[in-house]
Write a protein that binds this ligand. Sequence first.
Ligand code: 3UK
Length: 434
Amino acid sequence: MQDSAARGLRDRGVRPDERVALVLRDSPRFIAAFLGAAKIGAIPVPLSTLARPDDLDFMLRDCGATLTITDADAGLFAGRPDPVAAAPTREDDMCFWQYSSGTTGAPKAVVHLHRRALFPAEGHGRHVARIGPDDRVYSTAKLFFSYGLNNSMVIPLAAGATVVLDPERFNAQRAWRLIAAERPTVLYSVPTAYATLLAAAEAGEPADTASLRACISAGEALPAPLAERWHRRFGLAILDGIGSTEIGYIAISNTADDVTPGSSGRLIPGYEARVVAADGADAAEGTLWVRGGSTAARYHDRPDATAAAFREGWVVTGDRYRVENGRYYHLGRDDDMLRVGAQWVSPLEVESVLLSHPSVAECAVVGRADGDGLLNVCAYVVLGDATPPSELEELCAERLARHKRPRWILPVAELPKTATGKIQRFRLREKARA
Ligand code: 3UK
């Protein structure tokens, strides 16, 4: 199928270095399209199948895709069984791009090189998940995310393992049924999905974990109490590790024989890390920098963002870390960005939607932990009249992607401010905790 896609793309005039956008749900076709594009030296650019039309439009223009492959495009994968010779790419050539909406502003294309594209199999794949030919892996994170791409394509293909792909959106009941039917040995997921799976099991949903030997988590910090509840119920540790689209995959992780709940674990062989204080010196607490392994080269067409996030081969993550005896502890972000359901939420974006309502005089959005210790979006609003919160909820449902919608919209008389009138988010975070 990969050669069919390669030939199909070439027949449609796609040339080396040209971008091919993939808007495909998880299925063998995604993998065939990705590898087929790479085989002819073109650059596959997976895009989220859940993206809103204006975001999709932006990313398609930004990457300058010659062609977009969607689930409607069956012709590309049919017939043409003859093998296609691989393009003579070099190690420093671009291999694929992935969009990251990390910091505020428009999404940025992260450029990955051939040299580092397979490293996740060598790093986390070998040292943490220890994937071999007898494994059957199932990732609740989809292939269009960098976590999912490595979980469900790079790592299992490199190891000759089997992959379970689900084109449908994750929900706990569906996932438990799939696990019972397909018997995966390794589960890759994110903290919110582990929480949802656990809650469903606790509510009586049949949950058969007998086939699983490992559970992997990334995307946001895994709260220790959640990991402990999972362990008590199923006898399985969840191995948390930190990665990013710019790092290319997970660089620091717990392992089966070295798990510290509440920690992101230790450096995976092949990566280097620094923890850098505000003065630029290495310290026990500061911003996490990562180099080597699977790290990306740059952002496409964004010199300023590239200069800030990529320094002499290091990726500057923007995550605050403490390092102690080689173990890394996540402390939060350097910026106001939130991780909700292992995806980015910009408080500014949510605030600007709320402020577009005529009754909202002021508002501020912060992260607030739910009962599982996972951050959710919490909006404090100063209302000019008696507008019901449901009206604001409808507005958010119209204008914001699902994970960005506030879980709580709380009317307040005023927002805490500094003498110069700046909103004191730390006070709101304290209020949200109380
Ligand atoms: C946060 C974590 C605490 C952190 C990703 C595995 O999540 C991935 O990539 P993104 O580019 O987001 C990166 C940001 O997410 N984060 C991720 N994992 C953890 N924070 N503990 C964790 N274990 O802020 C980071 O900067 O969407 C995860 C593999 C590949 C990935 N791209």
